[in-house]
Structures are given as structure tokens and as C-alpha cells.
Design a protein around this ligand. Structure first.
Ligand code: ADP
Ligand code: MG
Length: 173
């Protein structure tokens, strides 16, 4: 008589719901006051948010203004984060941080000077087109100052609807 060993099948039940986590990229810019310290403060506030884990920050680069030229040059960079928050909620947090750092919207020229600008550039592989929220960011493909830090954080990044970040940069050459 052969003894058959039955493999014990253990079923693990998940007790706590593990929230879906999305990798997102946030563009950061500033050209008023002390851009370096404002960007530092924005990153600290971002890292302190529940539901957001700040994973990496690109180098900050000085860039010439586009759109509205008569203003100081910008300091620009990007951050990679993981978040449990839906895109809309993440944008709300970004706008709230802008507000806490003294950005007043609706004043001055479009694309004009700002103490801090936080843009949701990429949210996983989602495309969103709602009032007040477009993802990938609507002007990403034409903005070297946003694409370069993205490529630095993830050289192989494929941006849904736009293509590989490297190809977008090459098209700007
Ligand atoms: P920009 O960042 O393009 O220079 P603003 O910072 O003035 O322009 O943003 C204007 C509005 O754009 C914001 O109030 C926001 O509701 C909207 N918006 C739409 N999609 C996005 C996005 N992906 N990231 C940030 N803002 C966005
Ligand atoms: Mg913005």
C-alpha cells in the first residue's frame, strides 16, 4: 500500500484590503521668491501627505520661461511617487500644497511667475480628460523642462497616449 502524501493547501485570507498603488510623476516649478527653498518645502509637504510615498526627485534645472517671457527664469524638476489616491484627489493635494506655499491663482498673466507650480504629469498608464484634470498633462509633450526630469527619473518611461519619453525629447531637438 502506497502512502500518498497530500499536499496541504493553505488558503490565506487577506484581512486588510491592500489598496492599489499607482506610480505617478509630478512636475515642479518655481520662479518667484526663493525657488530652491520653495521646491524643498513643496517636496516636504508632498512626502508628509497620507497616501503618498515620495520615491525620487530629479535634479533641479534652471530653465528660460516659455509662453510669457518677461519674467525670471524657472527652477524645474520632477518627482516620482507612489500613491493610493485617485488622480483627482492627488491633484487636489497638489493644488492645496501650492496654496499653502502662497500661490494665488487667477492673478497675473497665464504662464506667468509663480511661487510654486505642481503639475500631475503622469498617473500610471491612465489617460484622463475631465474638466480641470487632463492626464498626461496637456502640455507635457512640448515642455522640455518637464520631459527631461521625467527621463532622468525613468529613462524607459512610456507615456500613455504620447509614447516613449525619449522619443518625445528627440522630437523636440
Ligand atoms: P500650468 O501648470 O500648465 O502652467 P496652471 O498651473 O496655471 O498651468 O494650471 C491651470 C489648471 O490646470 C489647474 O487649475 C488645474 O485644474 C488644471 N489642470 C488640468 N490638468 C492638470 C494636470 N494634469 N496637472 C495640473 N493641473 C492640471
Ligand atoms: Mg500647474
Amino acid at each position: 500500500m502506497s502512502v500518498r502524501r497530500r499536499t496541504e493547501r493553505t488558503r490565506y485570507r487577506r484581512r486588510t484590503r491592500i489598496a492599489d498603488v499607482t506610480t505617478a510623476f509630478v512636475g515642479i516649478g518655481s520662479n518667484l521668491g526663493d525657488p530652491e527653498s520653495q521646491i524643498g518645502s513643496a517636496l516636504e509637504l508632498l512626502a508628509a501627505e497620507d497616501g503618498i510615498e515620495l520615491l525620487a526627485v530629479s535634479t533641479l534645472r534652471e530653465t528660460e520661461p516659455v509662453g510669457y517671457l518677461d519674467q525670471p527664469s524657472f527652477l524645474n524638476g520632477a518627482a516620482r511617487l507612489e500613491t493610493e489616491l485617485p488622480a483627482r484627489e492627488l491633484l487636489e493635494r497638489l493644488l492645496a500644497i501650492e496654496g499653502r506655499l502662497g500661490r494665488v491663482r487667477g492673478e497675473g498673466p497665464r504662464f506667468g511667475p509663480r511661487t510654486i507650480d505642481l503639475d500631475l504629469l503622469v498617473y500610471g498608464d491612465e489617460t484622463i480628460d475631465e474638466p480641470g484634470l487632463t492626464v498626461p498633462h496637456p502640455r507635457l509633450a512640448e515642455r522640455r523642462f518637464a520631459l527631461e526630469p521625467l527621463a532622468e527619473l525613468d529613462p524607459d518611461l512610456e507615456i500613455r497616449g504620447l509614447g516613449p519619453v525619449q522619443a518625445l525629447l528627440a522630437e523636440l531637438e
